[in-house]
Design a protein around this ligand. Structure first.
Ligand code: SGN
Ligand code: CA
Length: 510
């Protein structure tokens, strides 16, 4: 009798076969914020292709990062762990330890093919990918360099188009069609310094974007906010950021030497670029702007160039979605659209990110769902970028290791609303001293309140009531009326620091 029984190990492949093996296409952009994505906010621009994902699938309304910076966000996504656990806490000194457990490696073990194209930004060579073709560092928008197993090479064209071409080429020509796959499409768009595709140079030039209500923030009661170097007025440069060239004696424009990225363009393309920005520069020099008029001028230049970069991005996301559909892949593929973090579009007078305030703690998260995942519309549960790894593993039918700190989003994608879902998220930012001078801080964001602690060269707490003060202008820390709320939030912060095993904690004095 005994020898007729199948050993358990022999049954496992049958279980795996019974499970639907969804493909995953993960599109991650750089610094694309919800204020510039019309599925979230249609005041500024329209992004019809991105909106399509939300219309047919789901839109997460409370999607957060764990550490609002490129490398750290990528490391959180790859590992499903907070920065202090995956070791990549900041861009300036980080080298990702590719020996550690990562979600792409676990997907490979589960029989998936993995590929990444575009921005990597983790310094060490990618591990866990069958195919990788990535940018050195931040990469270039125009005629960019790439590198892969074979070495580095230059490609002619505009980066957002090229990254999409590479993704499509891998899907069509390079992968094994008999295996499930996970494809990571990582765009540089819309990172500083917002260089548009040449065909879109003239777009949005007739638009005057509305100033955010707190554009002229005086940072009262928020010490760290007052000490940054990310103010559009004081720190956004006219040449590098706004592409205004200094005037020379003959009325033409001198190029500062660090604008070397333009040397990548061939003569014809360079002429198109110069034709456009020279006219902008000539007009600027005629105006002799000062004070608020100058600050608001810079804001408009920033918004317009950023919007142009998003336009190419939206085109390309549409192109990839159409391609997946034409190839019959959409029904069996989860398509994720997100960014490595949000960004300030003039809120608090800023550009850049890093802070735990809403604009940069948030990141867009839209998903096209394959057949079998029935959620549609808005998902309001709090999610974080450490959740992507366990989600993909569950969809691949792979076990989720215990040391992964994120939580699988699959129940939410099935339309469920688990009662015990998290009610707060933990955040920790480390990159200081560094560019833009945002002090180190950690904090907890709950359903209504947010508590932050700036801790290294200062010791300052901030508390916000997001219901009454959604733009976080009034620091309530120390207000006697907030004593109980403060106590609760500190307790929650400490609970999360212990749960995630972060050794940089505050000394609790309740
Ligand atoms: C560059 C940018 C910064 C930006 C960081 C990090 N400066 O250093 O403005 O904050 O990247 O961005 S630039 O002069 O090179 O444009 S991140 O998204 O990669 O983390
Ligand atoms: Ca970024």
């Amino acid at each position: 009798m005994k020898k007729n029984l199948l050993p358990l190990a022999a049954l496992l492949p049958l279980c795996a076969a019974a499970q639907q093996r969804y493909n995953i296409v993960y599109i991650m952009t750089d610094d694309h914020t919800a204020q510039m994505l019309s599925a979230y906010d249609s005041r500024n621009i329209q992004t019809p292709n991105l909106d399509r994902i939300a219309q047919d699938g789901v839109k997460f309304t409370r999607s957060f990062v764990a550490n609002s910076l490129s490398g750290p966000s990528r490391a959180c996504m790859l590992t499903g762990k907070h920065s202090h656990k995956n070791g990549f806490t900041n861009n300036e000194h980080g080298i990702f330890d590719g020996e550690q457990q990562t979600m792409p490696k676990l997907l490979q073990k589960a029989g998936y093919q993995t590929s990444i194209v575009g921005k990597w930004h983790l310094v060490s060579r990618p591990t866990g990918f069958d195919h990788w073709d990535i940018l050195p560092g931040q990469g270039n928008y125009y005629d960019p360099d790439f590198y892969n197993e074979k070495g580095s090479y230059k490609v002619k064209g505009y980066l957002t188009n090229i990254v999409t071409d590479k993704a499509i080429h891998w899907l069509d020509e390079e992968r094994d069609p008999n295996k499930p796959f996970a494809l990571f499409v990582h765009h540089k768009a819309c990172h500083r310094d917002w260089l548009p595709e040449l065909k879109y140079l003239h777009e949005y030039e007739d638009v005057n974007f509305p100033l955010p209500a707190n554009f002229y923030d005086d940072y009262a009661g928020r010490e760290a906010a007052g000490k940054t170097e990310m103010e559009i007025g004081k720190h956004m440069t006219l040449d590098y950021d706004c592409k205004i060239m200094p005037r020379d004696g003959k009325g033409s424009h001198l190029l500062p030497s660090y604008l070397g990225f333009l040397d990548r363009l061939n003569t014809q393309d360079r002429a198109k670029y110069d034709y456009f920005y020279d006219s902008i520069s000539v007009d600027f020099h005629k105006r002799n702007l000062t004070g608020k008029a100058l600050v608001e001028y810079k804001f408009q230049r920033y918004m317009r160039d950023y919007a142009k970069v998003v336009k190419s991005l939206d085109d390309n996301v549409g192109r990839l979605l159409d391609h997946l559909k034409a190839k019959g892949l959409l029904d069996n593929t989860l398509v994720v659209y997100t960014s490595d973090q949000g960004f300030y579009m003039g809120e608090h007078g800023w550009f850049d990110k890093r802070f735990m305030y809403e604009e940069s703690l948030n990141t867009p998260l839209l998903m096209h769902l394959p057949k079998g995942l029935s959620a549609r519309g808005e998902i309001n549960e709090m999610v974080q970028n450490i959740d992507y790894a366990p989600t993909f593993l569950e969809l691949a039918g792979a076990a989720i290791p215990n040391d992964i700190q994120g939580v699988s989003l699959v129940p939410l994608l099935k339309g469920q609303h688990p009662k015990n879902w998290r009610k707060s998220v933990y955040y920790h930012f480390y990159e200081f001293p560094a560019e833009h001078s945002v002090r180190r801080h950690y904090g907890v964001r709950g359903e209504r309140y947010k508590l932050m602690h700036f801790y290294n060269d200062n010791d300052a707490w901030e508390l916000y009531d997001l219901q009454n003060d959604p733009t976080e202008m009034h620091n309530l820390y120390g207000d006697p009326k907030m004593k109980n709320v403060t106590k609760q939030m500190k307790k929650e912060l400490l609970r999360l620091q212990k749960q995630y095993d972060d050794s940089i904690r505050f000394q609790q004095k309740l």
